[in-house]
Design a protein around this ligand. Sequence first.
Ligand code: FPP
Length: 240
Amino acid sequence: MFAKRKKMDSTRLPAHIGIIMDGNGRWAKKRALPRSAGHSAGSKNFKQIARYCNQIGLQYLTVYAFSTENWKRPQKEVESIMNLLRDYLKDAKNFKDENIKVRFIGDLKALPEDIQTLIQEAEDGSKDATGLRLNIALNYGGRDEIVHAVRKIAQEYKDGSLLKINEQTISDRIYTFDQPDPDLIIRPSGEYRLSNFLLWQSAYSEFWFSNVLWPDFKPSDLDRAIADYQKRDRRYGDIQ
Ligand code: FPP
C-alpha cells in the first residue's frame, strides 16, 4: 500500500550537513531525569552520529552544541554542557583514532580558559586527519558571526587593504570561509526554526525536520534525511 522508501545513495552524498541537536531536555523530562541527563545522552549520540558520518564518507558535518543565547539557561545546565565538552575534548582518541578533523566555530574567546586550551589542543592534534571535517558550533550565533565578519571588513576597508565589497567578501570572513555551504540542515525534535544557526551559509540549504528527539536520532534517521535530500530539486533561483 505504501511506496517503498528509496534508500540513500552513498555515492551521491551531500558534501556538508548541519545538525541542530535539539530535544535533549524533553528526552530527559519524559524519563523524569534532570536536563543534564538529556545533554549527556545527546552528547553520546553526537559521538555516534559523527562516527557514522565519517564511516559513510561525509566530507563536512557541523553540529550546533551551544548558541550565543544558551547562556540564558540556568547556570547548572550551562555547566553540565561545558563539562560534557571538557570530557569530549580530553578524550583525544575521539579525533585522532577516528581520523576526524575538528574545528570549533563561534566566539571562543568568551569560553572558560581551560576549554579554550583543550580546543586548541584538539584542533592541533587532529589537523592532519583526512576523514570527516567536523565543525562544533560553540558559543555560536549566525548573526554574531556576520557581525564579526563585518567588523573585519570595516577595519580592512579603513586600512585601505580592501577596496571592493561583495558577497564573497563576507563568505571569506566567516568561520567556515574555506568550506562549502551546508547542503542539508537537519533539525530533530519537532521544531521548525533555524535558531541563529549558519544564517549566512544556509541561503540555499535544503531543510529536513523530524519529530525524533536528538538523543534518539539514529544513523537510520540520518539515512532517511539523506535519501529525502537526494530527491530534492535544487535550482538556486534558476528554473531547472
Ligand atoms: C538543545 O536541546 C541542546 C542544547 C542546547 C545542547 C546540545 C548539547 C549537546 C548535545 C552536548 C554537546 C556535547 C558535545 C560533546 C558536542 P534542548 O536542551 O533545547 O532540548 P529541549 O528543547 O527539549 O529543552
